[in-house]
Design a protein. Structure first.
Length: 214
């Protein structure tokens, strides 16, 4: 077979493959699927499993916020304490995948709004950003802004730690699955190590068909 014939043969194969793909696409059902709908994050959604879902996070963080605001050592001091709430010391040993930041950020933001100055919140999760700006000011690369310069950034009085754990049971005959989830929260004195506040959120869910959490 000559060079020209071989090239024509290969071109024919490519055209045949493209034609086959186009024919296959013509047979694909592109009918409209289920429309996306908005749901109240504080209520059970249309897709549910045995793990922690949006309504659980909303309920849990609201409960922790109210309880922390009722603790005199946190929200009743004459001088508001410096508080750190982030996911640095919030561990997850449960059998489901969880974004810890979703829990700690919702708690910190709503607590900051509700505390109304009774606590001072330290943004330790963006400490690098703060230190970078402080360095730029002191090097004279930017002006001093409108706030007074301090000898150091704020230190924390209390910091939150927490833990997510779970216990799963499965009936192999029926496929029914049950999960007990426990989420603990503690506020720790960063000088003495004393736990000045703690609370726990727990729940148990059962279902025959679990879903995938991402």
């Amino acid at each position: 077979m000559g060079q020209k014939s071989g090239r024509s043969w290969r071109n024919g194969l490519v055209l045949a493959a493209v034609g086959g793909m186009l024919a296959g696409c013509a047979g694909v059902d592109n009918s409209r699927g289920t429309p996306t709908v908005y749901s109240d994050p504080g209520s059970p959604g249309p897709v549910q499993g045995v793990g922690i879902e949006s309504q659980d996070i909303v309920s849990m963080t609201d409960q922790m916020m109210r309880d922390m605001l009722s603790e005199p050592r946190l929200a009743g001091r004459k001088t508001p304490p410096n508080v750190i709430i982030d996911d640095e010391y919030f561990s997850n040993d449960s059998t489901w995948r969880a974004d810890k930041k979703v829990i700690t950020e919702r708690l910190r933001v709503n607590l900051n709004r509700a505390a109304k100055g009774r606590m001072v919140f330290i943004a330790r999760h963006v400490a690098a950003m703060v230190e970078n700006e402080r360095a730029l000011k002191r090097e004279g690369r930017v002006d001093k802004g409108t706030l007074s310069m301090t000898a150091a950034s704020k230190g924390g009085d209390y910091r939150m730690d927490g833990h997510i754990g779970s216990v799963d049971t499965l009936n192999p005959r029926t496929g029914m699955k049950s999960r007990y989830s426990q989420i603990s929260f503690e506020m720790v004195d960063l000088e003495t190590g004393e736990i000045v506040w703690s609370n726990i959120y727990e729940m148990q869910k059962s279902g025959q068909d679990d879903i995938i959490y991402r």
